[in-house]
Every structure is written in C-alpha cells, then in structure tokens.
Design a protein around this ligand. Sequence first.
Ligand SMILES: Cc1ncc(COP(=O)(O)O)c(C=O)c1O
Length: 283
Amino acid sequence: MAVENPTIYLNGEFMALDRAKVSVLDRGFLFGDGIYEVIPVYGGRLFRLDEHLRRLEDSLAGIRMQPPLNRCEWEKIFDRLIVGEQDQAVYLQITRGAALKRDHAIPADVVPTVFAMCTPITPVPAGGVRVVTLDDIRWQYCHIKAITLLPNVLLRQQALDRGGVEAILIRHGDVTEGAASNVFAVIDGVLATPPKSRHILPGITRDLILELAQEYRIPTAERNITLAELQRASEIWLTSSTREILPVVELDGTRVGDGVPGPLWQNLYAIYQEYKNTLRVRR
Ligand SMILES: Cc1ncc(COP(=O)(O)O)c(C=O)c1O
C-alpha cells in the first residue's frame, strides 16, 4: 500500500515528500540534464543492486558526470527509504544540479542534485496485454538511462490512445525495445531479444531473463528481430524492473499465438518468481 507522504532523500537529507524542493535553475528541470535508476526491492532486499549501480555509473559517464556517492553510501540511503516487506522500487535521480546561468554548456562547478524515493510495485496484470508498434523516434543514446523522456512519454500515450498498454518501437524495420521496457519474442522455438546497442537500454531484467533461460536450457538468441518476425512470433514479452515479464497477447490488433500468455512465458515467469523468492528467504 502506498504511504501518503513518504520519507524521501534529497541532497543529503531525509524529509517528507511534501517538504522536498528543487531550484528552478536545476539543469534537470531546464534541460532534462540528468539520469535515473529504478531498483526493485523484494522482501526488503534490493534486487540486483550491483547491476543497477553499474548501469548508473555507465549512465553518469555517458553524460560526463562522476558518481556523487559510493556503493556503501547508496545502500545506506536506500535502506532507510525501504518500507516493510512488500514489493517496491527505489527511484534514484541525479541531475547535474543548479547553475546560476541558463547555458547549454556544462558548467564547471556545480553540485549534483540527488533525489531518491521508494514506491510500491503494482502486480503484473494477469491475462497479458495489448501493444502497438510505433516508429522509434528517440535519440541515438538510448543506452543511457536519461531523464529526458519526452519521446517515450509521447509514444506511451500514443499506444494508450490506440488501446495498448505499451509501444514496441521499430527502427529501420527492426524491433528496438518498448517505450519503457525491453522486448523478447519466441520465434521458431527460440527466445530472441535485440542485441545491446545504443538504440536500447541494457535492461537488468533482460539480462536476468537471458541468464535464467540459459540456466534452464531454453534456447536464446540476441539478434535483430524484424517487424515481420515479430508479427509471426508465437510469444512476445515485455520486461522491466517494475513489470517483470509481461506477456503480450495482442500486437496491432492481431492475436499473438493463441491470444493467451504462452507456455514459455509460464515456464520462465515461474522460474523468475522462484528466483525472487530466494531473496526473501535469504534474510
Ligand atoms: C526504455 C526502457 N527500456 C528497457 C527498460 C527495462 O530496464 P530494466 O529491466 O532495467 O528495468 C526500461 C525500464 O524502465 C526502459 O525505460
């Protein structure tokens, strides 16, 4: 259950959410000059923390910033924000901070703004979801988890307007990813997902699914997937830290497979839940 006015972390202090204030000169506000991470928490434990912090460092390096805190400091902050044992996620955002002058050029002496909060994770809808394909209109640094998300916002809304819950994005005829998720497709019995590149976010859930699939000897392939291949896939999944593995049952108004979550999804979903539960018992 959501706490009404949760404690958040902002620039070295813990405070009630309604007391948190950021300067209007913050470059995150003015330019979208910042990055973020979302880390799931199961049974009060941070899930794949090392992987998330590594990606955080990569995102920071991608926008020419140094990590403002170290692993131990992050962990202390996150631990204070976690409430109870329910499934939740830490949202962490770092912007370049507030400079006195609004100038595109990166200022030399500016203190980053660091914000973190914990929010509940809502359960994945049973029965699968509808999605639509849309042209990938985003920039060429999609591997950076940047807060500059206007294209993703517009794409998601376009999907919602057409009765879908997510957009699967197509770039030069190939699938890249969802507006806020990675994409998997079962094609000729092989679980395929696009390879890592500057056109997709290297999803932590994506990597874990590949790892688990390989452990359970499910054939996998990291390769380009054309729109035509996606259209004939027997299963399509969306993956993300907050939505785990979401089966797609309708693509652009056409049924995927039998129009219900497929057998490989059921298999891997169970494996994923079991993996999550090992965290809960390892306390
Ligand atoms: C564009 C995009 N791709 C992929 C993902 C999935 O990444 P992860 O599994 O690390 O949550 C997200 C998550 O929000 C995303 O925004």
